[in-house]
Write a protein of this length. Structure first.
Lengths: 99, 728
């Protein structure tokens, strides 16, 4: 799966798992901040810590990739783009080790 | 009037019995061990406070009828009653019972639930699920230790046990009871262990409250009960108290379903409120038994709030380093411990605290082991999921002010219903109970257009129905300040379908795939918590559980708290969401009883009303729609309670949301026997929220001039409620 397809899947996962009802996954920008300041800006989804836990669990369930906890998770959870990159690189590592 | 604690009973991971617990508590011993009740394979954190020796403790037969949670409650309540020496006749002795809970008999039902989820056709043993709901524990205690003059079951997650004492205090101040047995109980189970793991809130090692390295809580289990008694009655019996319950306060944070308010503003407000109620100054408090969960966010916020509300440097400890977090039991267990601190003039420590977090250093921590100290007054805190905060003040006898009995009159200023007839307000809600149709299930209008979806995204269906219907009733009440308004919601069974789905994931995929977002929605107080957050309600917030009469119970509970002066305005509601498993359990029950199984059309919907102290409503210029003339509850076997006669038989009505048959017999000897009776079948069928819908409908009948007085009478499996309303 290429990264752009992965990003689309992640957006669908985010809308479904975090119950962002009425939100069209396609309208989520690849670089929109997932967490952070309240929804003053349209480029931030303003998710919170409970969402982060749910997202980490469902990413692991769907893609078999664990997101580290704590401070290490911050850069990974920055945006859909960074999260997709983490999933791809983790999988690449795993397959190269397996190879 | 003063309220004395004349008996204490404890079942904790440190021992069965108050003295067994106390001895080890003072020594700083810890009851935190690897959990053995069930396999903990796959759980990141699986250290907990397990009660040992429960198997050999005896309960009335049949033993199988007792869930672990109910058994611990029995032992603790029994000990408290014996220690207090209150007589054997609880009814004539005017003794009440209040039980706080969250998981009920979940441990015994987890595998059954997961199985039913995987195979919905499975049947046969479903009746076992009736030991799960919160009211089942109370029913068992009522049978085994009662009958009590009045019983109540409530839930506010981790402050349930403390709130049981608040409800008991309100009952005593109202003057119709002499003593109340009040407490909380909760057993360890997979659901909560997996849930707190999923939230990243559980420490894999024995927890460290206030420590710089703290990583979260350990769950515990147990039960704590106290006998609260009017001091004049205790004196007549020549009893000296362990301590006095001098002050109490509760309030909602309206912030977040799992995260504490970072400012600690509500915790501070509630602590100040409890002090004010006690008539004490901050400097009078010598010790605080903190909520102190050992989660990174709770402990620092709480210490800062204690330093602001009480005093920097006040002695603080958390018993959770020894017992774990016993959830619904914690508030009651820790109230009992705080009473013992006052009675024995001995502080108890925070075990596991080695290096104090600078963010927790504004208070003075009691570490390693207990020490003697002069303790005239002490406080204990209990904060629950959804931001339901409670503080209690316990003192030496007669230190604070005396409480005046309070019987404020209560009025209704708004009502609403949400049924297949749509969302209806005060004047139209009469239509919600007049459309006598059946057959259509799950037929509410779409909820989405009635909600701010962004803010409502975490609300499950029953919380959404609650948010909509309570919001509508508050709109009609016009101009009530949400920050001073409370919310009490009925809960009949909790979220059984969702709990089954959650357990299935845990057992099929492993605990690491427990859903963190779903977990907080499984506690019975979740809809009330979510609704308070959605609507910004910061008064008293909790759930009342009473089988099919939970809506009636919520209304009565709100009335009692307003009459007792706890709060000026409270919305009371009940909302029922279709729950497939429960529908099947109920259908089986009705079939067994030879009842109207075929007539069971399980509907969805909700009803709400806004209750206010009459004085406050008049002062703010609110439009008063109805006055509450009387409100009572009883259990089978009680003498029929006396109702004030209707003023005008011709224009009065009796509404009965559960059929009229038993009602006729019940009213036969009352002055209401000749009043026209209307069986109230909700649009959409028979369901648990019907009581709340009927009360809203009764308000609506008065508002529309159809009746001058309405008596709502509900009889539901061994329990009854009656609420009389009249034109103001």
């Amino acid at each position: 799966m290429d990264e752009s397809q992965l990003r689309s899947e992640l957006k669908e996962l985010i809308v479904k798992e975090l119950n962002l009802q009425g939100r069209d996954p396609a309208t989520i920008d690849d670089d929109a901040l997932l967490f952070g300041p309240p929804p003053s800006s349209t480029t931030c989804l303003a998710l919170d810590s409970l969402d982060a836990l749910q997202l980490a669990m469902s990413v692991e369930e769907r893609f078999g990739v664990r997101v580290p906890e704590g401070d290490e998770a911050r850069p990974i959870f920055r945006s859909v783009r960074t999260l997709a990159a983490h999933i791809c690189s983790t999988r690449a590592d795993a397959s190269s080790r397996a190879g | 009037m003063r309220i004395w604690i004349t008996g204490i009973g404890l079942v904790t991971p440190l021992g069965i019995g108050a003295d067994a617990t106390w001895t080890r508590l003072v020594r700083g011993e810890r009851g935190l061990v690897p959990i053995t009740h069930f396999s903990t394979e796959g759980y990141r954190a699986s250290v907990g406070g397990e009660v040992r020796g429960l198997a050999s403790a005896s309960v009335p037969q049949p033993e199988a009828a007792w869930s672990r949670t109910a058994k611990m409650a029995y032992l603790a309540a029994h000990e408290a009653i014996r220690a207090s020496g209150i007589g054997g006749d609880r009814k004539r002795g005017r003794v009440g019972l209040v039980v706080g809970g969250t998981t009920g008999g979940m441990l015994e039902n987890e595998e059954l639930l997961a199985g039913v989820f995987a195979d919905p056709g499975r049947s046969g043993e479903l009746r076992g699920l009736l030991s799960h709901p919160l009211w089942a524990t109370t029913d068992r205690l009522h049978e085994a230790l009662g009958p009590f003059a009045r019983v109540r079951t409530l839930s506010s997650a981790c402050s349930s046990g403390a709130n049981a004492l608040v409800v008991a205090a309100a009952w005593l101040l109202a003057g119709d009871l002499d003593a109340v047995v009040a407490g909380g109980t909760d057993g360890l189970c997979r659901l909560t262990l997996a849930g707190f793991n999923a939230l990243g809130a559980a420490d894999p090692h024995p927890c460290r409250p206030f420590d710089v390295r703290r990583r979260g809580l350990n769950l515990g289990e147990g039960a704590g009960f106290v006998v609260l008694e009017r001091s004049d009655r205790a004196r007549e019996r020549a009893r000296t108290p362990l301590a006095e319950l001098a002050g109490w306060s509760l309030g909602g944070e309206a912030h977040h379903i799992t995260n504490p308010e970072p400012t600690g503003a509500t915790a501070e407000r509630v602590m100040r409120g409890a002090l004010a109620r006690a008539g004490l100054r901050a400097g009078d408090i010598d010790y605080v038994n903190a909520h102190g969960t050992a989660t990174p966010s709770n402990d620092s916020v709480e210490c800062a709030a204690i330093a602001r509300a009480i005093a920097p440097g006040v002695a603080v400890s958390s018993s959770k380093g020894q017992l774990g977090h016993t959830l619904a039991a914690a508030g009651a267990i820790e109230a009992a411990i705080t009473a013992l601190v006052v009675a024995r003039q001995m502080l108890v420590p925070t075990a596991g605290l080695e290096e104090i977090d600078p963010a927790c250093a504004s208070v003075s921590h009691v570490v390693v082991e207990g020490r003697r100290a002069r303790v005239r007054a002490a406080m204990t805190n209990a904060f629950g999921f959804g931001g339901m905060d409670t503080s209690l003040v316990l003192t030496e006898p007669e230190l604070g002010r005396e409480h005046s009995p309070s019987h404020r009159s209560v009025v209704v200023t708004g009502a609403a219903t949400l049924t297949r007839a749509g969302l209806l307000g005060t004047t139209d809600s009469v239509r919600a109970i007049s459309e006598n149709e059946s057959g259509a299930i799950h037929s509410l209008p779409p909820l989405e257009p009635m909600l701010d979806l962004e803010r409502a995204r975490r609300l499950d269906r029953s919380a959404r129905v609650a948010a909509i219907v309570v919001g509508r009733a508050l709109e009609d009440a016009r101009g009530l300040a949400p920050e001073r308004t409370g919310l009490i919601l009925g809960t009949s069974f909790g979220s059984i379908d969702a709990s089954a789905a959650f357990m299935h994931r845990i057992l099929a995929k492993g605990p690491r795939f427990a859903s963190p977002a779903e977990f907080p929605n499984l506690v019975p107080s979740s809809p009330v918590g979510h609704t308070s957050i959605y609507l910004g309600l910061r008064g008293p917030v909790f759930a009342a559980a009473e089988l099919a009469a939970s809506g009636e119970c919520a209304a009565l509970q709100a009335l009692e708290l307003i009459a007792a002066g706890e709060c000026d305005a409270i919305a009371a509601a009940d909302c029922q969401e279709a729950d497939g498993i429960i529908e099947r359990v109920i259908a089986a029950l009705f079939a067994e009883g030879g009842g109207r199984a075929g007539a069971m059309t399980h509907g969805v919907g909700g009803g709400a009303l806004v209750l206010e102290a009459e004085e406050g409503a008049r002062a703010r210029g609110a439009k008063v729609i109805a006055s509450v003339v009387s409100a009572i509850c009883w259990r089978n076997g009680d003498d029929p309670p006396v109702l004030p006669p209707p003023r005008d038989v011709v224009h009065a009505q009796v509404l009965s949301p559960r059929g009229t048959s038993g009602v006729a017999a019940w009213l036969a000897t009352s002055s209401w026997c000749d009043v026209p009776r209307v069986a109230c079948v909700g649009s959409g069928g028979d369901y648990e929220a019907l009581g709340a819908i009927a009360i809203a409908g009764a308000v609506s009948r008065i508002a529309s001039g159809e009746a001058t007085e309405v008596l709502v009478v509900s009889l539901a499996r061994g329990r009854g409620y009656a609420i009389a309303l009249s034109v103001p």
